[in-house]
Design a protein around this ligand. Structure first.
Ligand code: FAD
Length: 317
């Protein structure tokens, strides 16, 4: 079933997760280990992230360095097909513009369609490490809106370079990303929301937020989107903090602020266990408020750690 159908048929707040493909060389069982503890909460769908290749340099002796392009977490589409078959739950593969030509994008979309995976989260992706800004592939998409337009065209049976009148349309429900605290490259939130509206007008049936820790920012963002004519469901993304090192990297990596009441508790923490206690409590409070105020779905970023999400859900659902 499509994410938008789940949302339309929902009688209350739904639940969903995001998982990462395992590191290259790891067993598929690590995926089951992450999902099994969460299935009792009956998620409506599970998202699987897409990881672009990275550039790494390997020593080859004699002072020579070999430049290698390497994908550390391949397998997004296969994992989606496997989870759907194994758990009978809908899956949402993430698909990015970075590293894909339009033809390669089309191939991936055809594959999803053949596998009966009726969903996709359409993203631009970030710049490759060591590149200052995002550079699209030659004949690739520069922004998520272009990818969404390509999917919308395929859903009408319009393929690239295909003159055939009777080409079979795909049937993909497309979601897009949004940022209650603004995308880091956007000049301001108004401009970011204007581009967001383009993604919705192009065919995004729902939006999914970057993680945030201050519900007031989500509610204010939803209100601003509504005022700009964005009427689709906006799914909040949540992450329980569980480790000391996250206090440093989460705000920097995801460009989000921690509200003072939360930050004041976190700075007192000396161990991962303390951060986890404070982080889980905060996420429970966030989830309860979002649910009470009618959020369409609570979407949890597991980032490979489902125990903390399980603890939150035990108190919330
Ligand atoms: P866009 O919508 O293209 O926006 C990027 C920037 O360009 C914004 O500043 C926007 O304001 C601006 N912009 C948008 N359209 C235009 C236009 N037409 N002209 C000029 N400027 C424009 N990354 C991954 O690599 N893999 C993942 O699996 C992944 N999953 C994610 C899931 C969620 C829910 C979220 C919120 C993010 C995810 N990301 C993922 C990160 C995402 O790829 C980055 O945040 C990326 O920098 C932006 O992607 P986007 O789709 O929002 O891009």
């Amino acid at each position: 079933m499509k994410v938008i159908e789940h949302l339309r048929q929902a009688k209350g707040t739904l639940l969903s997760f995001e998982i990462l493909p395992p590191l290259k060389g790891r067993d598929i069982r690590s995926i089951y280990e992450g999902i099994d503890p969460l299935m009792e909460f009956k998620p409506s769908f599970i998202n699987v992230t897409y990881h672009r290749e990275e550039v790494v340099y390997k020593e080859r002796g004699g002072g020579l360095l070999q430049k290698i392009r390497l994908r550390k977490r391949p397998g997004t589409i296969g994992i989606c097909a496997m989870i759907k078959a194994q758990y009978n739950v809908d899956t949402v593969p993430h698909l990015i513009c970075g590293g894909f030509s339009r033809e390669e994008t089309e191939d991936a979309l055809i594959e999803l369609n053949f596998l009966g995976i009726g969903n996709v989260l359409a993203l631009r992706g970030d710049a490759v490490k060591n590149e200052g800004h995002f550079i699209p592939e030659r004949d690739g998409h520069a922004h998520a809106v272009e990818l969404i337009r390509q999917i919308a065209a395929l859903n009408k049976g319009v393929y690239l370079h295909e003159e055939e009148q009777e080409a079979a349309p795909t049937d993909l429900c497309v979601g897009a990303a949004c940022y209650p605290e603004k995308h880091p490259e956007a000049l301001n939130l108004d401009i970011d929301i204007a581009y967001l509206k383009q993604k919705v007008d192009a065919g995004a049936a729902y939006l999914m937020t970057q993680m945030f820790f201050d519900n007031a920012k989500y509610f204010a963002f939803v209100e601003r989107c509504r005022a700009e004519g964005i009427t689709v469901p906006i799914i909040p993304g949540l992450k329980p903090l569980t480790a000391l090192r996250q206090i440093g990297f989460i705000p920097k990596t995801f460009h989000v602020d921690l509200p003072q009441a939360f930050a004041a508790e976190l700075v007192k923490c000396r161990t991962d266990a303390e951060v986890r206690r404070v982080g889980v409590e905060w996420c429970i409070a966030q989830s309860r408020e979002l649910r009470a105020k009618g959020a369409p779905c609570l979407h949890y970023y597991t980032m490979g750690r489902s125990e903390a999400v399980r603890e939150v859900l035990g108190q919330v659902m």
